[in-house]
Design a protein around this ligand. Structure first.
Ligand code: SF4
Length: 482
C-alpha cells in the first residue's frame, strides 16, 4: 500500500464522510448515559462535543459528562488506581511503513551492513533482549512490553524466512530482505519471544501490525501466528496500531498499515489463540469526533464478540517532530478539554470494558491525575527502561517508582493497587509501609525497583522527563499498553 506524503496533504481536501452531525440532542444523550442505557454513536458524539448544536466546548456540559463518567468508574471498578511493574524492551527501530504520525522509526535501509552513515536506531539480537529482560525481572518487574518497527528481515520462523525468500522480488512483494543484509540480525519473532520469556514474566507483545508482518507472504491465519507466538512465550497482545479504526482516516495518516478489518481480524486471532488483548485509540490529529466515536463502537462490538479486551488506552497524539506537524497538516494535538472528554466518553460508551487507562507519559503528571476523576482507573506502568537496568547513564525520565505512584494516587484520595498485566491479580498497597516495591513479578519481593542510591541519582535526572513524549508508534507506546 502507498499513499500521499505529508507534504502532499491538504487538510481541506480530506472530504471525510464521517462528520460530527447527529439527530440526537446533548440532553437526551446525557440522560441515557445517566440511566446506564447503552449509547449510540450519535449519543457519543453529542457527549464528546458537549452538543453539536454549538461550536466549541461548553464548560458546564463538559463537567456534567466528566462527573457522570467518574461516577460510572466508581460503580464499576471502585476507588482503586492500578499500575503494573513493567519494562519496555523494544527490539528494533527499523521500519519502512512510513506512518505520518510516527516520530520514532528509522528507515530500514540505514540498518543494512553496507549503509554508509550513522543513525540513532537499534536492533537487538535475541540474546541482547534476554539480557535486558533478565535484569529487569531480577529487579522485580512482572511485565515485559515489546513493540518494534517492522524490520524487513523479521520473520516468524525459519520456515517463514524460506517462504519469503521464495517470492520473485521479496523486497518489493513482501517487504523482505534476508538477515545477512543487515548489520544486526533480529532473529525470528519466535526466537525473540523465547528470549524475552524469562521465568514467569508476562510477555506483552505483537501488535496486530506486527502479527501481519509475521504472516506476510503466507496464507497463515492470525490465529495460527498467535498460537505459534504463544507457544514461544507470548502472554498477551497490545492493541496498538489501531490509531483510528476508520479507513478514511487510516488512508491519510498510515496508508502503509493494515486496514480496520485487518486490525480487527488480528485481534480476533489473538483471542482465539487464547491471549488477552488491549485496545487503544490515537486521537487528536486529522480525525473528527465522529471518527472517535465510531472507533469506540468498533472496540465495543469487538468486545461483545470476543470478551478478550482487558483495557482501553486512549493515546493523545503527540504532534511534535512528526511529518503531519512538520508539513502543516496538523497544527497541534488535542486540547485538555478534548483529552478529558475522550476519557469520560470512553468510560460511558465502553460498557463492556472494565479498565480505562490514563498516561503520565502522554499527559504529564498533573493532567493525568485530573483524568483519574474523568473516568480513568488505570495508571499504566513503571516503564523501567533498559537504560536503568544497564546503568548506562541514560535518562530516567520515563520511569515511575512505586513510591511515586503511591504518592500521586493518594494525593487525589484514591487507593494505589499493584496489578498483573491481565488485572486478574491485584495487591492493595499500604501507603504507610514505605519504601514500596512490586510483589507480583516472578522474582519480586517488595523491594523497590531501584535501590536507594539509584533513586537519589534519579532525582537529579528528572529534568529530562518532559521530553519523553512520542507519537503512537508501534514500538514506543508501550503503555502497558501500552
Ligand atoms: S507507527 Fe509503527 S509501523 Fe508506523 S512507521 Fe512507526 S514504527 Fe513503523
Amino acid at each position: 500500500m502507498s499513499g500521499p506524503s505529508a507534504a502532499e496533504l491538504d487538510p481541506d481536501d480530506f472530504g471525510f464522510e464521517h462528520v460530527p452531525e447527529t439527530d440526537q440532542s446533548f440532553e437526551n444523550a446525557l440522560a441515557k448515559a445517566r440511566d446506564g442505557v447503552r449509547l449510540t454513536v450519535d449519543d457519543g458524539v453529542e457527549l464528546l462535543t458537549t452538543g453539536t448544536d454549538a461550536d466549541g466546548i461548553d464548560q458546564r456540559r463538559k463537567e456534567q459528562v466528566l462527573e457522570l463518567a467518574d461516577r460510572r468508574r466508581a460503580e464499576r471498578v471502585g476507588e482503586a488506581v492500578t499500575f503494573v511493574a513493567n519494562v519496555n524492551n523494544n527490539v528494533t527501530t527499523a521500519c519502512n511503513t512510513g506512518c505520518l504520525f510516527c516520530n520514532f522509526k528509522d528507515t530500514a535501509h540505514q540498518f543494512e551492513a553496507d549503509h554508509d552513515g550513522d543513525h540513532d536506531g537499534f536492533t537487538k539480537t535475541p540474546a541482547e533482549s534476554r539480557d535486558v529482560v533478565r535484569a529487569a525481572v531480577d529487579r522485580g518487574v512482572s511485565e515485559v512490553t515489546s513493540v518494534s518497527g517492522l524490520h524487513p528481515a523479521f520473520a516468524l520462523t525459519d520456515e517463514h524466512h524460506e517462504i519469503l525468500r521464495g517470492h520473485d522480488d521479496p523486497a518489493r512483494d513482501v517487504n523482505y530482505k534476508p538477515p545477512e543484509r543487515y548489520a544486526v540480525d533480529p532473529g525470528t519473532y519466535v526466537e525473540q519471544m523465547r528470549a524475552m520469556s524469562v521465568d514467569d514474566v508476562h510477555l506483552h507483545s505483537m501488535t496486530p501490525e506486527e502479527a501481519y508482518h509475521a504472516r506476510r507472504g503466507t496464507d497463515w491465519s492470525y490465529r495460527e501466528v498467535y498460537e505459534t507466538l504463544a507457544d514461544a512465550g507470548l502472554d498477551s497482545a497490545p492493541g496498538t496500531a489501531a490509531e483510528i479504526l476508520v479507513d478514511e482516516v487510516r488512508d491519510v495518516i498510515c496508508p502503509g498499515k493494515i486496514d480496520t478489518a485487518g486490525w480487527m481480524d488480528a485481534i480476533r486471532g489473538a483471542v482465539d489463540a487464547g491471549l488477552d488483548v488491549t485496545s487503544t485509540m490515537m486521537y487528536g490529529h486529522v480525525e473528527t469526533e465522529m471518527h472517535r466515536v465510531v472507533h469506540l463502537k468498533r472496540i465495543r462490538d469487538l468486545q461483545d464478540e470476543t470478551g478478550g479486551i482487558t483495557e482501553f488506552v486512549p493515546l493523545s497524539f503527540v504532534h511534535e517532530r512528526t511529518p503531519l506537524f512538520e508539513h502543516g497538516v496538523v497544527d497541534g494535538g488535542a486540547s485538555d478539554d478534548e483529552d478529558e472528554l475522550l476519557i469520560a466518553v470512553a468510560r460511558l460508551f465502553l460498557d463492556n470494558v472494565d479498565n480505562v487507562q490514563t498516561s503520565w507519559v502522554k499527559y504529564g503528571d498533573e493532567k493525568a491525575l485530573k483524568t483519574l476523576s474523568c473516568g480513568a482507573n488505570d495508571f499504566m506502568g513503571t516503564i523501567l527502561s533498559e537504560e536503568i537496568t544497564k546503568r548506562a547513564g541514560g535518562s530516567f525520565g520515563e520511569f515511575r517508582s512505586f513510591d511515586d505512584y503511591v504518592e500521586m494516587v493518594t494525593s487525589v484520595g484514591r487507593v494505589p493497587v499493584e496489578r498483573s498485566t491481565d488485572y486478574r491479580t491485584t495487591r492493595r498497597i499500604d501507603p504507610d509501609d514505605a519504601p514500596h516495591g512490586p510483589t507480583l513479578g516472578p522474582r519480586a519481593d517488595g523491594t523497590p525497583l531501584l535501590g536507594s542510591d539509584e533513586r537519589a541519582e534519579r532525582v537529579g535526572d528528572d529534568t529530562d522527563r518532559g521530553d519523553t513524549d512520542r507519537g503512537d508508534t508501534d514500538r514506543g507506546d508501550a503503555t502497558a499498553d501500552d
